[in-house]
Design a binder for this molecule. Structure first.
Ligand code: MG
Length: 210
């Protein structure tokens, strides 16, 4: 960890669970009535080309490709319009999860918080309509997840507004907006790539060896 990497860390990473119907269903869960929020520690961040480290405590580490938002302006009790205009950039995020520990712990902090469990891609400019963003996850070159923000249970401006009524979003904070269906386990030797793209062809990709 060098100083330059530390300086690029967000103050917090706010994550949304079960924000796509098909993914909630594949894990046997209902869609929540309100956004289901949790946090990942900034120390879990790695960048493109860095390795996901499988912890000894888990036998089931899974990828979750997600559309990530980088907040550009302070948001507190913000409207959806204010929230939309405060999106500085969009990034690919892999919300790596120790699924066995997520189930056994109840609380998600350990399962989601190991070092290297938050690969992030380089920022791209957000499209005018955030619901046009897509996310694709490939493992060893094979597409395993394919989603669009238009399928989210809670759209991105709603999520940012909702979060801002609980905790102030600061410039540089990340919001991970949930994963579509198709999650699965990673094993040593895998290569997992998450790509978030705009209709205009801009793309943020984070590629991680395991
Ligand atoms: Mg997730």
């Amino acid at each position: 960890m060098n100083d330059r990497t530390s300086a690029r860390r967000p103050g917090k990473i706010v994550c949304v669970g079960r924000n796509y119907r098909a993914h909630a269903a594949e894990l046997g869960n209902d869609v929540p009535r309100e956004p289901l929020l949790f946090l990942k520690p900034p120390s879990s961040i790695i960048h493109d080309g860095e390795k996901i480290v499988l912890p000894e405590a888990s036998n089931q580490v899974e990828y979750e490709g997600e559309i990530g938002i980088v907040v550009g302006r302070r948001l507190k009790n913000a409207s959806e319009d204010e929230s939309r205009s405060a999106v500085a950039s969009v990034i690919a995020i892999n919300d790596v999860t120790a699924r066995d520990l997520q189930k056994s712990d109840g609380q998600w902090t350990r399962a989601k918080g190991f070092d290297s469990f938050c690969p992030v891609g380089a920022p791209i400019e957000p499209p005018q309509d955030l619901s046009t963003l897509t996310v694709t996850t490939r493992v060893n070159g094979v597409v395993r997840q394919s989603g669009t923000a238009s399928d989210m249970v809670f759209p991105i401006p709603f999520l940012l507004s909702y979060i801002s009524r609980i905790m102030t979003l600061e410039p540089g904070d990340y919001v991970a907006t949930g994963t579509p269906s198709g999650v699965g386990a990673l094993v040593s030797g895998d290569l997992v790539e998450v790509t978030v793209a705009t209709p205009a062809g801009a793309a943020s990709t984070v590629s991680s060896g395991v």
